[in-house]
Design a protein around this ligand. Structure first.
Ligand SMILES: Nc1ncnc2c1ncn2[C@@H]1O[C@H](COP(=O)(O)OP(=O)(O)OP(=O)(O)O)[C@@H](O)[C@H]1O
Ligand SMILES: [Mg+2]
Length: 269
């Protein structure tokens, strides 16, 4: 249903996403996993049409999202929800208006209907009764749950979740993972979930994609990924510090940087 073709995104001399082909199956949950800086958020933003790729295309059926006019892009956006990595709530709006925002923006539903829909979404994330709180008064985990309620407010066909459970306590994380699973299955929703949470990703996904340095290094069902004998996949799943995936991405000598030798100050991203 969504197809990225030879997608790349370059920032300066960093290939955040490098010549990547990816297919997102309709009605399924796809988990995109990988280490920090491996390009997950960048890929998600390209797929959602929030950023334009440096090269390549993103196909929704036979439409290339990169060359749609503003009107058609707006229509397509009505069927999408997005949960951003850092919640991105609107600071001047309270919890109710944040969750109601897409409904106000894209529908002309009666306010009483919108209130019912917002109440249902807040109940799902355990925050009914918190409608009048401002984003600055919320904990990180509460903000994440409000952002989740906003992402699913319109009962979208496609939802992009960027780290939906990071910063949440285990119970809230479990509730959100179950909610993604249940709403995806009940509404035949297409979900793309970027997550560091290996066990949650493997538990809820129909298909798992593993990234490293802007490229897809493995993909398959959770069982195929668990049984992979690729060293990089094993290191990531086991969370081992030593292995083919380095923890530090600095390209200069540590000793040179400590001793301020000239020409050594550039850091890799
Ligand atoms: N707007 C930007 N400007 C410059 N560089 C960027 C920008 N966005 C991402 N990058 C770079 O692209 C690379 C991939 O970043 P990205 O945010 O996609 O990683 P990620 O896999 O989501 O990491 P994390 O798990 O830490 O969220 C990084 O090297 C990052 O510094
Ligand atoms: Mg990210």
């Amino acid at each position: 249903m969504i197809r990225g073709e030879k997608l790349s995104k370059r920032y300066g001399d960093v290939d955040a996403v490098a010549s990547t082909d990816i297919q997102i199956k309709a009605g399924a949950i796809t988990a995109i996993m990988g280490g920090s800086g491996s390009g997950k958020t960048t890929l998600l933003r390209l797929l959602a049409g929030l950023d334009a790729p440096t090269t390549g295309h993103v196909w929704y059926g036979d439409e290339d999202i990169c060359s749609l006019n503003a009107k058609r892009l707006y229509e397509l956006r009505e069927s999408m929800g997005m949960l951003f990595q850092y919640s991105a709530l609107l600071n001047s709006l309270d919890v109710y208006d944040n969750v109601a925002f897409p409904l106000h923006e894209h529908t002309d539903l009666d306010e009483a209907v919108i209130r019912t829909m917002v109440t249902m979404k807040l109940e799902q994330v355990g925050l009914r009764g918190f409608e009048s709180m401002m984003p600055s008064e919320l904990s990180g985990g509460m903000a994440k749950r409000v952002a989740f309620a906003r992402a699913i407010a319109m009962d979208p066909k496609i939802v992009f979740f960027d780290e939906p459970t990071s910063g949440l306590d285990p119970i809230s994380a479990g509730v959100i993972s179950t909610l993604i699973l249940n709403t995806s299955k009940m509404n035949h929703m297409t979900s793309v979930v970027v997550t560091h949470d290996v066990s949650a990703g493997l538990a809820i996904a129909d298909r798992v994609i593993l990234m490293w340095q802007g490229r897809i290094i493995a993909e398959g069902t959770p069982t195929e990924i668990r049984e992979s004998d690729d060293d990089r996949v094993c290191q990531f799943l086991e969370g081992r510090p030593d292995g083919p995936i380095p923890f530090s991405r600095s390209t200069t000598s540590y000793i040179d940087d400590l001793t301020h030798r000239p020409g050594t100050v550039r850091m890799a991203s």
